[in-house]
Design a protein around this ligand. Structure first.
Ligand code: MF3
Ligand code: CO
Ligand code: CO
Length: 285
């Protein structure tokens, strides 16, 4: 995801205008199908390796090899100084966790975020993984976050606004007594990584400020939806490494991400798992 300000320098999406948003044609959609599918296949491949004792560094190395084997390049690598090919965000890490030597432990929850560039097109997707049996509250958070993304996707069609995505995700998360992270958002992408429009996952922020309707969707727009949902409060801080975002209250955080394109009458999701592994299943305790 992008920080509000990673894609653009403003902290608000309200300055986005429809005119400023790139519209892509059939060739781009075809390119995005391939890039999106490959990114999803990378997440599928990683599933078999997510086990207690495995390091996130190893998952990173596997992802880099996967990209090379498929003539693709991992977009995060050296992006604004990011040192690795994927983001791995464990437990209270909200996003942008840097793969490292610490082994995964039974009961951890993990988000892996893969962005692959294939033939110039960016496929960006992330999922949650359970390391062995996880606490019931972690399962619930993962289910809520998955459903939040589905609800966001379900309203994408010409004439809807990007603000509608935030509205449905926020309403659902609130009803489930969870909070929506405000410091990072989804983003336009396609031939570039982080583009307009910003896709906020809330409509009214914790200060009570309405973020407005945003941009009206049109066929040919391509963007991510990638809500980060917390069991505790919405507030995050960035660790001294300059990347890792964690919840201030150290409660669990979860995230799912898909890349979608607006079509004539709805949307196409480019990053579904070919193996149907989009939603994690939980092992018995
Ligand atoms: N894949 C992330 C996103 O969803 C961005 C990661 S950029 C990095 O937009 F530099 F942190 F890797
Ligand atoms: Co993204
Ligand atoms: Co991503």
């Amino acid at each position: 995801m992008t920080t509000l300000g990673l894609a653009r320098t403003s902290k608000s999406s309200t300055a986005d205008t429809d005119a400023a948003v790139r519209l892509y044609g059939p060739d781009a959609f075809e390119g995005m199908r391939h890039a999106g599918r490959l990114a999803a296949e990378a997440l599928d491949m990683l599933q078999d390796y997510v086990k207690p004792g495995v390091t996130t560094e190893r998952l990173d190395a596997l992802s880099y090899e996967f990209a090379m084997d498929h003539k693709a390049y991992p977009a995060p690598l050296y992006y604004r100084g990011f040192p690795k090919s994927i983001c791995t965000s464990i437990n209270h890490v909200v996003c942008h966790g840097i793969p490292g030597p610490k082994p995964l432990r039974e009961g951890d929850i993990l988000n892996i975020d893969v962005t692959l560039i294939l033939d110039g097109w960016y496929g960006d997707t992330s999922r949650m993984y359970a390391v062995g049996a996880i606490p019931r509250k972690a399962e619930r958070l993962i289910d809520v976050t998955y459903e939040a993304l589905q609800r966001g996707i379900s309203i994408v069609r010409p004439g809807a606004t990007t603000g509608d995505i935030g509205r449905v995700i926020e309403a659902y998360a609130r009803a489930e007594r969870c909070s929506v992270v405000e410091d990072f958002c989804g983003h336009g992408l396609g031939a570039v990584f982080h583009d307009r429009p910003n896709i906020l996952h809330y409509r009214v922020n914790t200060k009570g400020e309405d973020q407005g309707p945003g941009v009206t969707m049109q066929p040919g727009m391509i963007f991510t939806i990638e809500p980060m949902i917390n069991l505790g409060k919405a507030f995050v801080k960035i660790l001294p490494d300059g990347w890792t975002a964690v919840t201030r209250d150290r409660e669990l955080s979860a995230q799912f991400e898909h890349t979608v394109g607006v079509t004539k009458d709805g949307c196409e999701v480019f990053t579904y798992s070919p193996k149907g592994l989009d939603k994690p299943t939980f092992s018995a305790k």
